[in-house]
Write a protein that binds this ligand. Structure first.
Ligand code: FES
Length: 355
């Protein structure tokens, strides 16, 4: 097997691996902003610079293919200075509003500023916003002033969700990520399906979940992995909970899950309001004298069993039908049709699988 030398130590690698992948696989830290193992590589941010010892050049570790005998250094004064300069330039066009920022405590740019000890850019700080906040939809807020143009949102949208709803628009300092005709994600010509993957991949607060804004800091949220209950796919999701309230839903990255790259639909990502809704049914209701009245589960189940039996015995099973749900498991749906056919003597069984 071929070997690469990183910081004086030899490491084996698989064909096609980059220096960054070999380094991370061996617990060697290289900072990144535009890289994601779930997305294609663009080398946009330049934070992952390493020194190629063959010629002393600084190269981006995320784009540099590992090859036999290649020797790189990931940490010396030259690399530190170059990375710090890159970060300094990015921060010169980024509002330093961490105190009120939605991503405070969950921002890769903030983490790197801390790591490289940059309180304020030496090129001068951004004093005024140059763009308008885009929030013409119910789910996602885009703040172009906080965007570092890493392109992760564009790639996630195109490569994972296949929506191609956003792209870079304009040039130079006017560059921003925009939807079709710059009409916003909810625009008439937008192909955005509000899967939220763009927000999930954003390393700053340029993209944020609208329903979660001002509801809690990252460090206040309790995380609970669970299975989305909206259909039978069984996507893995992570609930973010403050007190007893679900604040937002994040992706889970797990190769064994049906959504290994964090993919989700709009329901899984945003339709969690029912959990804490005051209108949510928590007890069975039985209609008595024209009014729905709260009942116990025993009373409700007896009521259903008595009436289903009576209808079957008096009128035959053909007068009964059952509608099951895609939110049940396969096993539950199997039991439903078995019960209807074997006990209720009817083949009228339907299933709302067309969510
Ligand atoms: S992580 Fe390598 S250039 Fe951005």
């Amino acid at each position: 097997m071929k070997e690469i030398i990183i910081d004086g130590n030899s490491y084996k690698f698989d064909p096609g691996q980059t220096v960054l992948e070999v380094a991370r696989g061996n617990d060697i830290d290289i900072p990144t902003l535009c890289y994601s193992e779930h997305l294609s590589i663009t080398g946009a941010c330049r934070m992952c610079l390493v020194e190629n010892k063959e010629n002393g050049s600084l190269e981006t570790a995320c784009t540099l293919p590992a090859r036999d005998g290649l020797e790189v250094e990931t940490d010396n004064d030259k690399i530190y200075d170059a990375r710090k300069t890159v970060l300094d330039l990015i921060l010169s066009d980024h509002p330093m509003t961490c105190m009120t920022c939605e991503a405070n405590g969950d921002c890769q740019l903030q983490d790197l500023a801390y790591q490289f000890d940059i309180e304020e850019s030496s090129y001068g700080s951004k004093k005024e916003d140059r763009f308008e906040l885009e929030e013409r939809n119910s789910f996602i807020v885009y703040d172009p002033d906080k965007c570092i143009l890493c392109g992760k949102c564009v790639r996630a949208d195109s490569e994972l969700q296949c929506s191609d709803a956003i792209e870079f628009s304009e040039r130079g300092f006017k560059t921003k990520v925009a939807a079709a005709f710059d009409e916003g994600l909810g625009g008439e010509d937008s192909s955005c399906v509000f899967c939220g993957l763009c927000v999930e991949n954003c390393p700053t607060a340029a993209l944020s979940y609208k329903p979660a804004r001002k509801k809690g800091r990252e460090y206040e949220l309790r995380k609970q992995r669970t299975t989305c209950g909206y259909c039978g796919v069984g996507c893995q999701v992570e609930l973010n909970i403050k007190g007893n309230e679900v604040i937002k839903v994040d992706s889970v990255y797990d190769d064994t899950a049906p959504n290994p790259d964090g993919e989700m639909c709009v329901k899984g990502r945003f339709a969690y309001g029912f959990i804490d809704s005051p209108d949510r049914l928590k007890y069975p209701l039985i209609k008595k004298d024209g009014e729905f009245v709260e009942s116990s589960w025993d009373e409700a189940l007896d009521y259903i069993a008595d009436n289903l039996s009576r209808i079957r015995d008096e009128h035959g099973g053909r007068e009964i039908g059952a509608l099951s749900s895609a939110r049940c498991t396969n096993e539950e749906n199997y039991i439903m049709q078995k019960f209807m056919r074997a006990v209720m003597k009817t083949n009228s069984v339907e299933h709302c699988a067309r969510l």
